[in-house]
Design a binder for this molecule. Sequence first.
Ligand code: GDG
Length: 738
Amino acid sequence: MTYALVAVSNRLPVDFVVAEDGTESWKTSPGGLVTALEPLMRSSDGAWVGWPGVADREFAPFENDGINIVPVSLTDADLEDYYEGFSNDTLWPLYHDVISPPSFHREWWEAYVRVNRRFAEAAAAAAAAGATVWVHDYQLQLVPRMLRDMRPDLVIGFFNHIPFPPYGIYAQLPWRKQILDGLLGADLIGFQRLADAGNFSRAVRRLFGYTTRGVAIDVPGAGGHHRRVIAKHFPISIDAVAYADFAKRPEIQARARRIREDLGNPKTIILGVDRLDYTKGIGHRLKAFGELLEDGSISVEDVTLVQVASPSRERVGAYMALRDEIELAVGRINGDYSTISHTAISYHHHGYPREEMVALYLAADVMLVTALRDGMNLVAKEYVAVRDDKDGVLVLSEFAGAADELKQAVLINPHDIDGMKAAILRAIAMPRPERQRRMRALRRKVFDNDVAAWSSSFLRTLREGAAVQPGVPDDLAHALRDFSSAGSLLIALDFDGTVAPIVDNPQDSRAVAGTREAVERLIGLDGVRVALVSGRSLASLRQVAEPQVEVLLTGSHGIEVQLDTPGEELGLDQDELDQLDTLARVLERVSASVTGAWIERKPAGLALHTRKSTAQAGQAVQRDARVQLGAVLPDLTVREGKNVLEFSVRSSSKGDALERLRAYTGADRVFYAGDDVTDEDAFTALHPGDLGLKIGAGTSLAGYRVRGPEEVPIVLQLIADLREAAPAPGTPGTPSER
Ligand code: GDG
């Protein structure tokens, strides 16, 4: 049996458990990843590949609660070296800012490679032709490359649930290049935070020297071709509605009241819920709480801290030591401050059913999330989702990924104990209107960006690695209906590969039949402007496109612009002219002796073409050019295409071009169509309500896709039809930039 969607993660959503009486069963396994992926897998006919939570047992694939399960078996030795060793004692501490020192052992690494291969093989066997495979987390970073080598037909995504560290830390890893190479086997690599994706791209630049532009990384492949990999942040979330529904259940609400009573009805219940992990800052939290009791700012009659520390990685040394340390601190504080009727810290080293977790969230007036480093932290989002009463205060570490979105929480630096104490006091005393205002804003964030939105935006970006059907897909037609009804529109089109098929000789490039008529129709409509956005120089664009005078033009990736007024002078300054001279000198020297290499002059730069050289000579001269120019002109913009390397003294992208056109036309909504890596900059510059159309296969940030340039005139005619059917007001193209 094979599947069109395959998820691969270390743990399956179910664990195999043997009860004391010998009864065997499958039980839902806890953890952020499972909570996040379960709803998606249940609603799609996919398979989940992973380890069933028990060593040395083989299981055949089976279905559990609507999810197809493909178990991967691991021996006890695998678990020790691959899971507890390399994953949890090397990668986990390294990726979390070395809060605990990572251990590097070669035999752990060997087990990691071996086990990753086993997961890749299981995924390859479960995936149908052209399937989408979504690999999860730091335990499986080699799987994307292994899978691509085994099955080049697959579309491969990877999501890293934990942070990706800054280069200075990452560089410690003896296998740093192998891990990056493993990840770069994916088409799309997702991270929690913008900063994580940036750290990853920087590591790729430092260790491999590949060109990265925004979220796109060009990975050289065979024969001078480049494969585009996208590294971007997709903050994970929760099934917010499911949590809210739990919170509405009368028995859970009753349980929350009961918890309060059992704690002796303190004025304030503070809650911490974490896996017992040194990244979660539990010790820092206890210190702050203990000091507040010590200096008399709070008393045990008024305030109780409930700390759930669910058991985790109990065979790893650092975790055993942490448990001792935390329990010693809890014991001391309780010994010093608890009374017969009031316990300072109600501490629980257990896993609880979800119902109980929700009851705890409901009972808590203040939620403390004090992670020293955390990919996201779903607990923070769960607390917000259950607070239907719009009450409760979230105190949140700025080192948790959730802090990027949940800005209305009381944000803290957990290393600053005084700051944390002040934040706790502030949370306890916060007036109700302020609590409600903050909670309302937090809830909007969590409900608008729930886990379904997370997975669909990841899969949409990853989608369509292979076959794209001809014609206009339904979702695009539907989106165009709404788009076309806006006040004023800007229709911006890339030229080569978008309205014109790619041809061998760039001068021979022409738009497909019907494009001219469609553009003609659009420019005749009220409130519509059309623009061409190209990497070509303006002169060359005019020659091949022969555009109508009403069409706005930008060339050389936005460096050259022709608006309604005659073409602008480029106006390079003296410094740029000097750089251009040096650039020409170095490039001529580097390429002089290489057969088949030639230089093309561009308005603000030069392009080194190697199409007519051998692959080896071409790569060598490109490398030389990069190194030598990097030494004398480090600020040049370098853009890599198929057998061409372009250096520019002025930095600009199609994204900049689109911003410029948006400002000039004042359009309410922008449509952008493009086919290659440089168009991704333009897709990045789109706003909500705009529409991005990717032409052809390959990973893209565009929301929609058609098969090729033949579809483009059909799409443009459809916009014109829709526009005519529902004429919109608005004054077109009123220049606001002059
Ligand atoms: C990793 C990243 C990222 C905890 N104890 C119990 C229990 N839980 C549930 C919580 C929550 C999940 O486990 C924990 O998720 P977190 O996000 O807080 O943390 P990690 O486990 O470290 O997860 C993290 C996440 O992956 C997702 O990408 O956010 O940064 O480290 O859902 O509620 N659930 C139950 N009983 C417990 O005792 N039922």
